[in-house]
Design a binder for this molecule. Sequence first.
Ligand code: NAD
Length: 365
Amino acid sequence: MDTIRKGVLNMTYQIAVLKGDGIGPEITESAVAVMQKAVPQDVTLCCTDYLIGGIAIDRTGEPLPQETVNGCLRSDAVLLGAVGGPKWDGCEKHPEQALLGIRAALGLYANLRPAQLWSPLRGASPLRTELTEQGFDLLIVRELTGGIYFGDRGYRSGKFGEEAFDTEAYSVTEIERIGRVAFEAAMQRNRRLTSVDKANVLETSRLWRKTMHRLAEEYPDVAYNDLYVDNAAMQLVRDPRQFDVIVTSNMFGDILSDEASQLTGSIGMLPSASLGEGTRGMFEPIHGSAPDIAGTGKANPIAAILSAAMLLRYSLGLSGAADRIERAVGQVLEAGYRTADLAGSSDAPTLSCAEMTDRILIALE
Ligand code: NAD
């Protein structure tokens, strides 16, 4: 257990740290160091490591040992690195099974993915310069445990012979709870919310829209609008600045959040949060374990560090510390420091994972 005592009148929080595989350990260690440095003197973070993914298979035979689930359930928040790698491809048990397992065990039904274009990284975005000049900063709130990914599926005999089917179901309760997360998030940001559906075709979308409209009446300070998903996909690349918070179903969110992440330039910059009832959440970079660069020091730790900032903001209510981390990242990028993934074709020397972490720690001082 790694405990740093910061002061006498302590608020103590338990953080479960799941480093996982590949670059997971190095980026997670960076995130823990930055998080420890950013919290106020009277806050103590007790960070405890638990096994997950391939390394958990190697050591215990299970990708998600019960001890890990219990440790997460006892914690105020969970910080996850990444799982998986070629070593476990073709094994009977997959490291990635642990992700669905831990989300289910913690009841995490809301996935929050901010997509922000940091102004020093404008050149890395595939968007036109006139769009990137002013930057953009949006948040996608995706329903995580319902919809077509969890509905009835199978094979049957149809009009043209064998056919496969998947079904989507959403209850009012499921739509309401994700809707509330999105409206609350909009209240913390610029008070604009777009709900994305396909209500011109899908019955679930019509219920989604009706339920969102009812919720919108409870949040008169939030400017609300609806978009069909095909239009939303187009509007995201036409001008992402028009969005503040987007709320949508599991499958639409899966697709739109990947689209939005690409607009920011590098996968190594993007954090995420998964939330359920209460404040406990799981926070992780959106990228995987990057086995191609694991152990080379080339990993960009910023997505993990920004995930730690989200942990402080959403699970511990330490928005000031989260803001400090985000400002420190901005300063370091503004000063021109880059890891290899951010350097593009530039010949300038790049920083290792540890060096980038040190720069951010210095910026926090
Ligand atoms: P990946 O995100 O690991 O890597 C894609 C590319 O991006 C690679 O070239 C990698 O080097 C680069 N990259 C990723 N993160 C980076 C970082 N922080 N800094 C610099 N470069 C970075 O995706 P993949 O290669 O498709 O998957 C690798 C493994 O990760 C697979 O086993 C996959 O199942 C797993 N995975 C895990 C998660 C998770 O744990 N949540 C998510 C996605 C993929």
